[in-house]
Design a protein around this ligand. Sequence first.
Ligand SMILES: *[C@@H]1O[C@H](CO)[C@@H](O)[C@H](O)[C@H]1NC(C)=O
Ligand SMILES: *[C@@H]1O[C@H](CO)[C@@H](O)[C@H](O)[C@H]1NC(C)=O
Ligand SMILES: *[C@@H]1O[C@H](CO)[C@@H](O)[C@H](O)[C@H]1NC(C)=O
Length: 234
Amino acid sequence: MSFLAALGSVVAVGPLPVNLGTAGNYAILAETGVSTVPPSAITGSVGVSPIAATGLTGFSLTLDPTGQFSTSGQVVGELFAASYAAPTPTILIAAIHDMVAAYNDATGRAPPNFSNLANGAIGGLVLAPGLYNWTSGVSIGSNVTIAGGILDTWIFQVSGTLTIAGAKKMVLSGGALASNIVWVVAGAVTAGAGSHVEGVILGKTSITLQTGATANSRLLAQTFVALDTATVTN
Ligand SMILES: *[C@@H]1O[C@H](CO)[C@@H](O)[C@H](O)[C@H]1NC(C)=O
Ligand SMILES: *[C@@H]1O[C@H](CO)[C@@H](O)[C@H](O)[C@H]1NC(C)=O
Ligand SMILES: *[C@@H]1O[C@H](CO)[C@@H](O)[C@H](O)[C@H]1NC(C)=O
């Protein structure tokens, strides 16, 4: 599906937005755990469910007196786990449900505007708005540019793994917003040391940010998220 929406003289290009539902309330949401090698720096909430707070590792958590969330010096925001006091478990179940629904929505979009572009080796390319599908993995071996206006949208469907090489970056141009970019990835996502990610990641499995990687992003994983002195800002 896609649309053209006129707003004044600005025309949006690209697929209809993916509704994250309440999963959009989290910078990081995962089912089996979130780990950090400190110090990471996360701006936004972190949630894990169905795993308990034992699934939040490396954060030096301080449980709030309400028992409903904890805090960490590495998080500007709150951390939530399925083992915390009500209403947290119920809220997390809904958020995970919404995350899976968003994944299924994004991965079900068709037909793509670009199929198997560059056989998945997209470093150096400039990516216009649209729906992209790779039946393989995607690797970013040099900077890649996502170019479009502030209303434009991108969905990148990756059937294999998504790998960003160390120190390589996703670069936005023309006013493109990370919140309008969705990477829906069936395999593991790995951002190499010092690399930079732009856009929401809906991962069927894990998302790993290696040493010093940064992400202007939401990391929404159906297994785990692993951070190593990484920065996540949504
Ligand atoms: C890519 O397209 C194929 C064929 O339509 C589809 O089966 C697959 O789910 C798509 N990949 C993703 C990650 O959405
Ligand atoms: C993408 O594909 C859809 C469906 O075929 C089409 O309506 C739309 O115009 C295409 N968008 C771009 C930017 O080519
Ligand atoms: C990659 O992008 C970063 C950030 O915009 C820039 O500093 C760097 O020089 C770029 N690298 C190359 C090889 O263009």
